[in-house]
Design a binder for this molecule. Structure first.
Ligand code: GDP
Length: 296
């Protein structure tokens, strides 16, 4: 997905490679080019500004100017700072240690990949020897409940029986009791999404949070929608105590803006990434590997 960004950064660094020593002017020009490349990749402008300032400070401060291999030094700094931007060094593991059943709630806009991610997550947890229960709490789209039931059947994972006549908060409370009584150690709540954020949706999500006190409240963001995903994440984050982000559709040809900005804008770690439509296409997010991939 970062092909375009990688190519453009590579072109910027190629210009540096021919040089023995660099002048301050050349470094400044490089920073200007990196800034443009990141903006073109749809990275949030504040994030770009801070990023370029940090890289510039380090590039000048670390004697890149005196170095005999300045290009490598600059690339190394950019790689490290990209990784840091995406949360390198922070704990982004799922919090599953609480007394079972542990509740995981997924939220986000319609079409972001919530239901698919619920299925993927259930499969991943079962592979980790857990016993998950899937809970459809989107009563506004009859197809959403059916979709989760179909996924559950495919995976052989139980889906709590809810209908469009139930209230989402009631479904979630009942599902929690059901899980306690029936030996499920993890509950995955698939919540409703809308095309836009609205107060009714937020009110309902807050009600679910109160009712089941989830250990994880994961915002599902469609990486293909770039800055829109980041803006929506920021407003969910203002209203709900999000614990992390799942970035979906990272297998597509998105420009990279969401992946690079969402951690910095929300302050919440990207925990998992969706890498395809198949149910095993969910991976743990590694900021350092992602940075490495971007820089080729
Ligand atoms: P929801 O409305 O948020 O529940 O979204 P869905 O789970 O129904 O997903 C919407 C569409 O995105 C479906 O066609 C999914 O197959 C697709 N999708 C979800 N995650 C990924 C992903 O990681 N990669 C790709 N390529 N498609 C995905």
């Amino acid at each position: 997905m970062f092909d375009n960004l990688s190519d453009k950064l590579d072109a910027v660094f190629k210009k540096l490679r021919g040089h023995g020593r660099l002048t301050e002017k050349q470094i400044k020009e490089t920073m200007r080019e990196i800034r443009l490349v990141l903006l073109e990749a749809d990275v949030n402008f504040r994030v770009v500004r801070d990023f370029v300032a940090t890289v510039s400070d380090r590039a000048v401060g670390q004697d890149v100017l005196k170095s005999l291999t300045p290009a490598q030094q600059v690339i190394k700094i950019v790689r490290e700072e990209l990784a840091r931007l995406m949360g390198d060094g922070e704990d982004n593991s799922l919090k599953l240690a609480a007394k079972p059943p542990v509740s995981l709630m997924l939220c986000g806009l319609q079409g972001a990949g919530k239901t698919t991610s619920c299925g993927k997550l259930a499969l991943k947890l079962r592979r980790d020897k857990r016993n998950p229960l899937l809970v459809p709490a989107d009563v506004y789209r009859p197809a959403a409940i059916e979709q989760l039931k179909t996924l559950g059947r495919q995976l052989g994972i139980e889906v709590f029986d809810s209908t469009i006549n139930d209230k989402p908060v009631d479904i979630c409370s009942r599902a929690r009791r059901y899980a306690e009584l029936n030996g499920f150690d993890t509950i995955i709540f698939d919540t409703a999404g809308r095309l836009h954020i609205d107060t009714e949706l937020m009110g309902e999500l807050k009600g679910i949070v109160q009712a089941v006190a989830p250990q994880e409240i994961l915002f599902v963001a469609d990486a293909m929608t770039g800055q829109d995903a980041v803006t929506v994440a920021a407003s969910f984050n203002e209203q709900l105590p999000l614990t992390g982000v799942i970035l979906t559709k990272m297998d597509g040809d998105a420009r990279g803006g969401a992946a690079l900005s969402i951690r910095a804008v929300t302050g919440k770690p990207v925990k998992l990434v969706g890498m395809g439509e198949k149910l095993d296409a969910l991976e743990v997010f590694h900021a350092d590997r992602m940075a490495q991939r971007i820089l080729g």
